[in-house]
Design a protein around this ligand. Structure first.
Ligand code: PLP
Length: 447
């Protein structure tokens, strides 16, 4: 089918996620046709370096034959098996066991979801169940962080703190509370690590005090805020918040949907940050985007309370596709790749990426460079001294995205003039260098 007719069909029938429907109808879709390694090819034949691994998910890169073979083998052998009625499949069991073995501390129990949003949603339900089982049902209030993103399910969208996910949906979110983002570049207390940590701790203390410690069920944090603009808190920040939650008996949920599976270097950012959360949510890199799947990690302590609380009754939480054997087989194949050099390559490529982005600091538009491993961003300003953002009226994100595309590079251009990078971990150093070169060209055209 010709690309033009595809554009018409798309315009008429396909509803895109998180899009201006009228804006999209006007602009038309860009159709991607094929991909290999870190390069994607569109329907016109244009080849681009994917600096964003799809949607920060294709950590292994595209076209890995071992993953394709694992999926095909599993489809032939057993395309589907439910986890209901005490049934199961080998890939789901093995993947849960392999993940538990590698997870921090006592996160030994894994519930498979279909992606990140329902992983987060599942934690809300598990957390509520936990407190009911503990005899503290009044703990029904949740705290998360401004500029955080935890998905767009009905419940999880409440934990998310990006305005577009609330405005117009009319869902009551009076059970959730927010504290300010640590955002070093724009934090009112400045960029000093100790000051930022102290200010987040004070904000959380104050929130706990105002809501009441005995009312708070759990606290959600991303080790690095992704969709809020790749906001990298100082080292020690998440540990300080985790410790504070522990002191108040508040469950701590680390949302590693983006940071998990090598994105920041190790398999999980929590290990590097030296924390063991009560729950950890993951998705994306779990299957590297080859099949939909998320995983909720639950600690021994939480699992035992829920299991004992339910006794012989069923814990009424589940989906038809939880632990889907094809996705699980893909997950196992991807895990092999991580440990067969992919994580190490990601660490090397991440160093190159950060050094390359640092080299852009001399550009008149680059106000901030931040990142960890293969998760990074630059923030553009029109005045470096005063940190004045690019004018929003000119829709810098659309222009930057389009120019980068013309230059053969896919990036995430955030509305506030932030350019995000999350390349596949398989990138070579010359691919990273080309991404930096194409970014500089894009910036020059944006001046
Ligand atoms: N949590 C975080 C931290 C995310 O970044 C995302 C998606 O980007 C989600 C949850 C939701 O995941 P999904 O889009 O797979 O539903």
């Amino acid at each position: 089918m010709l690309a033009n007719s595809l554009i018409e069909l798309d315009r008429a029938h396909l509803i895109h996620p998180v899009a201006s429907y009228r804006g999209h109808e006007k602009l038309g879709v860009r159709v991607l046709k094929s991909a290999s390694g870190a390069t994607v090819t569109d329907a016109t034949g244009r080849q681009l370096l994917d600096g964003f691994a799809g949607l920060w998910c294709v950590n292994a890169g595209y076209g890995h034959e071992s993953i394709v073979q694992a999926a095909a083998r599993q489809m032939r052998e057993l395309a589907y098996a439910t986890g209901y009625f005490g049934l199961g499949s080998e890939p789901a069991i093995r993947l849960a066991a392999e993940l538990a073995q590698r997870a921090p501390g006592d996160l030994n129990h894994v519930y498979f979801s279909l992606g990140g949003s329902d992983a987060v949603d599942s934690t809300v339900r598990f957390v509520r169940y936990y407190w009911h089982a503990k005899g503290e049902p009044r703990r029904d209030q949740f705290i998360s962080i401004e500029q955080g993103y935890h998905g767009s399910s009905t419940v999880g969208a409440g934990l998310t703190a990006l305005p577009a996910f609330h405005a117009g949906f009319g869902v009551p979110y009076d059970w959730q509370h927010k504290i300010p983002s640590p955002y070093p570049y724009r934090n009112p207390v400045g960029e000093d690590a100790a000051a930022i940590i102290a200010s987040s701790l004070a904000a959380l203390e104050a929130k706990i005090e105002s809501v009441g410690a005995d009312r708070i069920a759990s606290f959600y944090a991303e080790p690095i805020q992704g969709s809020g603009g790749v906001i990298v808190p100082p080292r020690g920040w998440i540990k300080a918040l985790r410790d504070l939650c522990s002191r108040h008996g508040i469950l701590f949920i680390a949302d590693e949907v983006i940071t998990g599976f090598g994105r920041t270097g190790p398999l999980f950012a929590c290990s590097e940050d030296d924390i063991v959360p009560d729950f950890m949510t993951t998705a994306k890199g779990l299957t590297s985007g080859y099949a939909p799947m998320g995983a909720v990690f639950m600690s021994d302590k939480v699992y035992d309370v829920i299991a004992d609380g339910a006794g012989n009754a069923a814990v009424g939480h589940g989906q038809t596709y939880s632990g889907h054997p094809v996705s699980a087989a893909v997950g196992l194949a991807v895990l092999n790749l991580y440990e067969d050099g992919l994580l190490d390559n990601g660490v090397r490529a991440g160093r190159r990426l950060m050094a390359g982005l640092e080299s852009l600091r001399d550009h008149p538009l680059v106000g901030d460079v931040r990142g960890r491993g293969m998760l990074a961003a630059i923030e553009l300003v029109i005045d470096k001294e005063k940190k004045i953002p690019l004018p929003a009226a000119a829709d810098p994100s659309r222009r930057i995205f389009d120019r980068a595309w013309e230059n053969g590079l896919v990036v995430r251009a955030f509305a506030q003039g932030v350019i995000g990078y999350a390349p596949p971990l398989c990138c070579t150093e010359s691919e990273i260098d080309a991404m930096i070169e194409r970014t500089r060209k894009t910036l020059d055209q944006t001046l």
